[in-house]
Ligand binder design. Sequence first.
Ligand code: ZN
Length: 268
Amino acid sequence: MERLHVLGTGNAAVTRCYNTCFALEKQGEYLLCDAGGGNGILHQLKLAGIGFGSIHHFIITHAHCDHLLGAVWVLRMVGTAMKGGTYQGQLHIYCHRSIIEGLTAMAKLMLPAAINAFLGDRILFHPVEDGVQEQIMGHTVTFFDIGSTKLLQYGFTLLLTGGQKLCCLGDEPYNPACARWVEGSSWLLSEAFCLYEHREIFKPYEKHHSTVMDAARLAQSLGIAHLVLWHTEDKYLDERKLLYTREARSEYSGDVYVPDDLEVISLA
Ligand SMILES: [Zn+2]
């Protein structure tokens, strides 16, 4: 059975939790999805008990700094471990060509030549396009363009061992143009910037984000069984689980998860 390790739950500007990213665990191996905005990824992985030696697959949804900058640190740590002989095999990175170019340029600028030497050798990029499928840790993963008007971004679906479909929407609201990918999902990983009643405070709609109520309505209409909400503001962090869960339940009859950083969710 797979487990979802929630490494971060916040939006780009949070200071009291980490930026939204997660790792999907299967039998001690991890698929990392996004890495947050920097060196904090090292802290979160350490607290989660996830060593770099057990990460061989890494999805990057898009290039915004709260998702991509932590990837430089992942390259640094994995590259150092490769150099020191403590990392077995290869690291596979799945992302759009523009991110391959950008991350390669950042690595050249910021990391030692000995680490850069692993790019294309033991650190391998797999370009993602709309509809591209990959087999990752024994799962069929299908990437889809979420249709962002801000910056090219990819969500994905992943078939779990039990046959259920997990869908990660990235950090923007569900776009009906993606229905053919998202429909039939059991698990939906969705952004929810803030409560509906706080929309005037946090202005989610101006930023192409949605409220808990919007995400919950959508999950209800799609017949989703399990809804995970994150990429939130952190002003109400202490009450977030209670308040967000309550609002989601008013619109949605499935299971609601409003995780805190470092929570682990069983994907049964
Ligand atoms: Zn984001």
